[in-house]
Design a protein around this ligand. Structure first.
Ligand SMILES: Nc1ncnc2c1ncn2[C@@H]1O[C@H](COP(=O)(O)OP(=O)(O)OP(=O)(O)O)[C@@H](O)[C@H]1O
Length: 238
């Protein structure tokens, strides 16, 4: 279970997250949806212990990420692609992450196969396409067989086959009892895979619940997205 409660984040004098509250439950795929700059990555970074909140809590199985004894075995994450150095091979990168987290070495070959990079383990990451980098990022997230997956824009750079593949992988993870939280700025993409939706705009949650409930009453998914995320009219505006 991932739970975010009344999260507030300021950057200088600007409040970029205001009272963000939601949960991502086991057995479900939760989509964190919002336009560019809504605050999705900032929320995920705090949840993953990469940044601090000014107020509120973001917990993984009831604990802040920094307190987890075996973080990569509890929550796998992908932010900004593969996270691997260009000069490393995929296998080197994964072996290093496994070794530094007490994860058995056999997992390296297993995850490379799982993400379709079985034949590219000895290729330097600098030579990877965008989609291959995304796959390596996912392999790293899966390495510790974590219960939860937190993925920032995971389909960026994937071709249609890759998008279909990742949907299957995430649905499979949830079906076997895992928790999946993924961010996206595309409603149609999230609608294909998510059970629950958390819509944020301007650093606030504007809708939250099972996807059918959130989108009911709108003629299309696109209409729902634009209606929910439209900026509020400013005072004195037309
Ligand atoms: N390090 C930073 N310093 C200053 N402002 C920041 C910083 N990081 C994010 N912001 C601002 O916080 C707001 C939320 O950014 P964030 O990256 O969380 O949005 P996002 O929903 O992930 O957007 P995108 O879909 O474009 O990735 C934006 O207005 C952004 O400009």
């Amino acid at each position: 279970m991932l739970s975010v409660e009344r999260l507030v984040k300021r950057r200088g004098s600007r409040e970029i997250l205001t009272d963000i509250t939601f949960r991502a439950a086991p057995g479900r795929v939760t989509g964190l949806l919002g336009p560019n700059g809504a605050g999705k990555s900032s929320t995920l970074r705090i949840l993953l212990g990469l940044d601090r909140a000014d107020a509120g809590t973001a917990l993984v199985n009831g604990q802040p990420y920094r307190h987890l004894r075996r973080p990569l075995r509890t929550v796998g994450s992908m932010l900004d692609g593969s996270g691997a150095h260009r000069s490393r091979t995929a296998r080197n990168h994964l072996s290093w992450v496994a070794r530094s987290n007490g994860i058995p070495k056999r997992r390296v070959a297993e995850v490379l196969d799982q993400v379709g990079l079985g034949g590219a383990g000895r290729t330097r990451v600098g030579r990877f396409s965008l989609g291959m980098g995304q796959r390596l990022g996912l392999a790293t997230a899966l390495l510790g067989e974590p219960e939860a997956l937190v993925l920032d824009e995971p389909v960026n750079g994937l071709d249609p086959e890759g998008i279909r593949w990742i949907r299957g992988l995430l649905r499979g993870h949830a079906s076997s009892g895992g928790t999946v939280l993924l961010s996206s700025h595309l409603m149609s993409e999230v609608a294909e895979v998510a059970d629950d939706l958390v819509v944020i705009a301007g650093g606030r949650v504007v809708a939250n619940g099972p996807i059918r409930e959130v989108t009911v009453g709108y003629p299309s998914l696109e209409d729902a997205f634009f209606a929910l995320t439209a900026p509020e009219p400013t005072a004195g505006g037309r």
